[in-house]
Write a protein that binds this ligand. Structure first.
Ligand code: SF4
Ligand code: F3S
Length: 105
């Protein structure tokens, strides 16, 4: 599976949802997650993300904790298939390290 990680938080650009062939993105308040059981490992979402927040689970950036966070919230959050307006300050947060304390579910 592919995993949404730290830099999505408060960036939430949502370009990823427009290209996913199986619509497996789920929307939280300030980030999205991928449902690990639904992702077919196509990889097309990776270059679409302006925040470079999506990694395959074979990448060290996709830690078990991030995989678990994706798993847990994908089951609870609503599905999202169309891009909405990103947060007004998304670009200010792009690249800020360690955003997990800002995560809101
Ligand atoms: Fe969707 Fe493919 Fe990205 Fe998985 S890797 S979330 S199937 S676009
Ligand atoms: Fe997040 Fe990147 Fe999608 S910032 S919402 S994973 S395009």
């Amino acid at each position: 599976t592919y995993v949404v990680t730290d830099n999505c938080i408060k960036c939430k650009y949502m370009d990823c949802v427009e290209v996913c062939p199986v619509d497996c993105f789920y929307e939280g308040e300030n980030m999205l997650v991928i449902h690990p059981d639904e992702c077919i490992d196509c990889g097309v979402c990776v270059p679409e993300c302006p925040a470079e927040a999506i990694f395959p689970d074979t990448d060290p950036a996709a830690t078990p904790a991030w995989l678990e966070l994706n798993y847990e919230h994908a089951s609870a959050w609503p599905n999202i298939i169309h891009k909405k307006t990103p947060p007004a300050d998304a670009d200010d947060w792009n690249g800020v390290p360690g955003k997990l304390p800002h995560f809101s579910s």
